[in-house]
Design a protein around this ligand. Structure first.
Ligand code: HEM
Length: 202
């Protein structure tokens, strides 16, 4: 890549987005979210699957990021549990939901790359949340995961992008960050798309 390359000049975020774009497209295509959320039961099964993913990845990210003030408002496991409760899944059943094994994240750069995927999903999630709200007559209750940061989505994303710049001058850190983001997308696709049509909550 030449120094004049527009993506190289544009900064770490642009490079990360370009590197993960195929994975985002593959996940978006494989997810088939409109069909899955068409019924309340389907929506609940998708949330159950997402619960498993967040249950595995949030602790893994937290352990390597070592920055709870930054991570805490971005954790969404409790929102998933609250939504599932509202949709009729008892807390004991939520706690027993299957979860994948998280990727081994080595250090804060890798943890930030994994968090990029979870945090970025709040962007498209706004659109998905509005769709579900209209379809199933839900407002905040039952929709907390997709609502996520709500009106603060733009501000939270801007703060996350600023955090990415911490790693911009360190090629080794950038490699770890990008690798973890690509691997997280792949793991999420395997976990969410493999479950298509398999009722997770009976
Ligand atoms: C769980 C699955 C998903 C994950 C993990 C995910 C992840 C991400 C990430 C990391 C970004 C940030 C890209 C950047 O750096 O600018 C993003 C942006 C975006 N995603 Fe997704 N995404 C998911 C599903 C979807 C779906 C199904 C849609 C379609 C409705 C979607 C639509 C978008 C849009 C429109 C943006 C850009 C928003 C903006 O720039 O304001 N995503 N997503």
């Amino acid at each position: 890549m030449s120094p004049a390359d527009p993506i190289r000049r544009a900064g770490l975020h642009a490079r990360l987005r370009a590197a993960t774009d195929p994975a985002h497209r593959a996940l978006e295509a494989g997810l088939d979210w409109q069909a899955r959320v068409a019924t309340r039961a389907g929506y609940r099964d998708l949330l159950a699957r997402l619960h498993g993913f967040h249950a595995a990845w949030e602790p893994a990210i937290g352990a390597q990021l070592s920055d709870e003030p930054f991570l805490a408002p971005r954790r969404r496991l409790a929102l998933l549990a609250a939504d599932l409760d509202h949709l009729g899944l008892a807390p004991a059943a939520v706690a027993a939901l299957p979860r994948p094994e998280a990727l081994a994240l080595d250090g804060p750069a890798a943890a930030t790359g994994a968090l990029y995927v979870l945090e970025g999903s709040t962007l498209g999630g706004q659109l998905i949340g509005r769709h579900i709200a209209g379809l199933h007559g839900l407002e905040e209750t039952g929709l907390a995961y997709y609502r996520a940061h709500g009106p603060r989505t733009g501000a939270m994303w801007a703060a996350f992008r600023t955090r990415l710049e911490d790693f911009a001058d360190d090629p080794q850190a950038e490699t770890a960050l990008t690798g973890a983001a690509v691997a997280t997308f792949a793991a999420m696709r395997a976990w969410l798309c493999a479950a298509r049509g398999l009722p997770a909550t009976g």
